[in-house]
Write a new protein. Structure first.
Length: 145
């Protein structure tokens, strides 16, 4: 479970581990080129594994430890959901997601109040939703074309 929570050790990097995990998720997303059904499966799987592993490691690592980076993977996947699978859109998803995840505006910080794995995951999930909403607007208006 620590391997899953830390995404194969990325969480042990320390400062910047969340960004490295989100970048790894973006690279995976780009090279796998998941169709819509696979995108949904990846989002659901990362959320379920994140809540589960977040619950399990909390006793050893404490509440929302920086070693837990599966939440950044789920957040990036949500940010990239239904967005064109190009480098520029994935880079935009990464930047927007990390902005919302780090700045924690618009209720994102409040999501950390939840206990256990949900407290680990919900702030990153909401940051991913905010990033995705902006990206959907960008796609719709063709701002990156």
């Amino acid at each position: 479970m620590k391997t899953i929570a830390s995404i194969f050790g990325i969480g042990y990097i320390g400062k910047g581990g969340g960004t490295v995990a989100a970048l790894a998720a973006a690279v995976l997303w780009y090279f796998v080129q998941p169709n819509i059904g696979q995108q949904l499966i990846l989002v659901i799987l990362s959320v379920v594994l994140g809540v589960w592993s977040g619950n399990k490691v909390e006793a050893d690592w404490g509440k929302d430890s920086s070693k837990v980076v599966i939440d950044e993977v789920a957040g990036l996947f949500i940010a990239a959901l239904f967005v064109p699978l190009t480098i520029k859109y994935l880079l935009a998803a990464l930047v927007l997601f990390r902005f919302f995840d780090i700045a924690k505006p618009l209720g994102v910080r409040r999501m950390e109040r939840f206990k256990g794995g949900w407290g680990v995951m919900l702030d990153d999930m909401l940051a991913g939703v905010y990033a995705n909403v902006i990206l959907q607007f960008v796609v719709y208006t063709k701002l990156l074309e």
